[in-house]
Design a protein around this ligand. Sequence first.
Ligand SMILES: O=C(O)C(=O)C[C@]1(C(=O)O)C=C[C@@H](O)C=C1
Length: 291
Amino acid sequence: MSQDSANLDQLRRKIDCIDESIHDLLMQRSDLVAHIAAAKSDSRVSLRPGREASILRRLLARHSGAFPKMALVRIWREIMGALVALQGPFSVAVHAVGRSTSSVELARNHFGTVAPLHAYRSAGQVVRAVADGHASVGVVPLTPGTEIADEAEPWWASLTVGSGEPPRVVARLPFAVVLPAKGSPEPPQALVIACRDHDETGDDRTVLVLETGPEVSRDRLRAVLSAGGLEPAQLLAIYRHGAVWLHMVEILGHVTAADPRLVALVAPKDPISHVSVIGGYATPLAAEAIS
Ligand SMILES: O=C(O)C(=O)C[C@]1(C(=O)O)C=C[C@@H](O)C=C1
């Protein structure tokens, strides 16, 4: 045996040892999940998107060396997806638009290979599947800035009503944003809904639905929110329905419905006649965080 192949053998034996350590730790991590599941048996959904976001942020912050951060994220997404599915029945309803499989791909990348995905023809069907308990979570495509006029009510408007534990927005996909190559189309995005509140992680966004009269411009809405001490991040969608306009808006921070700033938004002199918090999420990782 040459010196080179003896060295190679030795290096491979070290890799085998490391693989076994990683494997042992994975099995130990999975064993803990049974205890975790028992500790949250009162909730309908085992998924904790905020906890998952905090884990990824912590690992990325301590990461060093040549192993690509995107691959690290991918491995942990697969681990957490598998472990949420171990805690009880877990399935994902996806609005698959026409022939486009982009939401299916986003859902698969986020929830991993274990969770069953079911395709639905409309976002409304996805909301109903989650509300009725036929699916644990739903994935609906998001094209920020969309304007809809006088068609059937959009799925997000239906999240403003409902009693008990109605579906709410709990995550935005992709969690790890990759910048598109120059000249290529905007990469697909989606929102995740589930029958639970979004957790606070220290770096969050809240999704509001604001009802106004007609002809309220984006700039006006931004100005009203800013004057009220809220930081608008992005206008996600507008639904123009005769004299009533609904705006789905993302604001910075974890804001609850009881927040006095939200209550004060509805004032006679202002254009907003109603405010609903329909969920929120941990701010997705910026492209720089994973490059
Ligand atoms: O911490 C939990 O609640 C877990 O269920 C564990 C775990 C994980 O694998 O770390 C799995 C799924 C949840 O969505 C979040 C985290």
